[in-house]
Design a protein around this ligand. Structure first.
Ligand SMILES: Cc1cc2nc3c(=O)[nH]c(=O)nc-3n(C[C@H](O)[C@H](O)[C@H](O)COP(=O)(O)OP(=O)(O)OC[C@H]3O[C@@H](n4cnc5c(N)ncnc54)[C@H](O)[C@@H]3O)c2cc1C
Length: 306
């Protein structure tokens, strides 16, 4: 028995695995009173003494929902257990539940952060789009709006300044004696990478990144030979994967809100089935933290029957 199961057993909670919720049951007054589910192929019906709390995760694994609401993630890898199909969100919206921030996503582009700081992150057109010395979740989010593939461009001095551990085993995908040769290898428009490097180097010489405001401590003229680094594999074709952050609109105790503005009685949600604290973007830990913090609040409120 794992830690969670034994804690649940002590609290008198029964866990039914291999049980898939398929629809919420409501009484004539619109109160949620139970759940229909399928367990080992059999239909089962759970009656809720107080309430149902949906903690079914997000919808990263539901391609149709991603296409409708969070298309930025289409074609990329998913950060999930493979079962984040949005079913809890759909069960609740079938009762008129409101949703919030369905387009918000977490994105992870697996560049080695220190390598990015020493070099440039560029899009498929050889253009920079962000200061490289940011939290990786932030350059990943920015990359979603840029044409893929994305690259880190680094010179020999930058590469040599890192220890093998700092490079995390990542080797150059392409190397070249000049920026134009590298740009040709990468299929970039003629002259684009050269212009990006010229502008960056111009700023580096005076210690100012006028376009993206990278901290002066990272600014150094990049000189040939150059190398291009791809992100580490992460499920999708371009090394980016993510999950959805939006979900059901709840109050701070997890009560699911109806589109008409009132709470749906007997229905709570937490974790990625709900929209929680996230706006645009994501910081590591905020999804687990959001799920546990609001999950506990939702559980308490549901048990109290309020
Ligand atoms: C590799 C990896 C690394 C991560 N790192 C971090 C991190 O550092 N920090 C962070 O905050 N987050 C991180 N996350 C994300 C975080 O794990 C999730 O956002 C979080 O687990 C969501 O919690 P949840 O309880 O809402 O949903 P989930 O953990 O997705 O759980 C939902 C569960 O509901 C089940 N389910 C779905 N539909 C039904 C249904 N109809 N009936 C019954 N069961 C159903 C699913 O099978 C699943 O078991 C990471 C995720 C992965 C995969």
């Amino acid at each position: 028995m794992d830690v969670m199961s034994s804690a649940a057993a002590r609290a008198g909670v029964e866990i039914h695995t291999d049980t898939r919720g398929s629809a919420l049951v409501v009484d004539a007054d619109g109160r949620v009173t139970g759940l229909r589910a399928v367990r080992f192929g059999d239909s089962v019906h759970y009656r809720a003494r107080h309430a149902v709390v949906l903690t079914t995760g997000g919808f990263a694994d539901n391609e149709a929902m991603v296409g409708d609401h969070a298309p930025a993630l289409l074609g990329h890898g998913t950060v999930s257990d493979g079962l984040d199909d949005g079913s809890g969100i759909l069960m609740a919206t079938a009762l008129g539940a409101a949703t919030r921030r369905l387009a918000a996503v977490q994105a992870a582009l697996a560049f080695v952060p220190l390598m990015a700081c020493h070099g440039l992150i560029v899009n498929a057109r050889g253009e920079r789009f962000i200061n490289e010395d940011v939290y990786p979740g932030r350059f990943s989010q920015a990359a979603l709006l840029q044409p893929a593939p994305w690259w880190v461009i680094l010179d020999e001095e930058g590469y040599d300044s890192m220890t093998p551990e700092q490079r995390m085993g990542v080797e150059p995908r392409f190397g070249a004696e000049s920026a134009s040769e590298l740009a040709r290898e990468l299929g970039m428009p003629e002259g684009a990478l050269e212009r990006t490097l010229e502008l960056y180097n111009e700023g580096a010489r005076v210690g100012v990144d006028r376009v993206h405001h990278k901290a002066p401590r990272w600014l150094r003229e990049l000189a040939p030979p150059f190398a291009a680094f791809a992100p580490m594999p992460a499920g999708g074709p371009h090394g980016l994967s993510g999950f959805t952050l939006g979900g059901l609109r709840t109050d701070a105790d997890g009560r699911v809100q109806h589109v008409a503005g009132h709470a749906i009685r007997g229905l709570f949600a937490a974790g990625r089935a709900a929209s929680g604290i996230h706006g645009e973007g994501y910081v590591s830990g905020t999804s687990l933290g959001d799920g546990t913090f609001f999950g506990r609040r939702a559980g308490r409120a549901a048990a109290a029957g309020v």
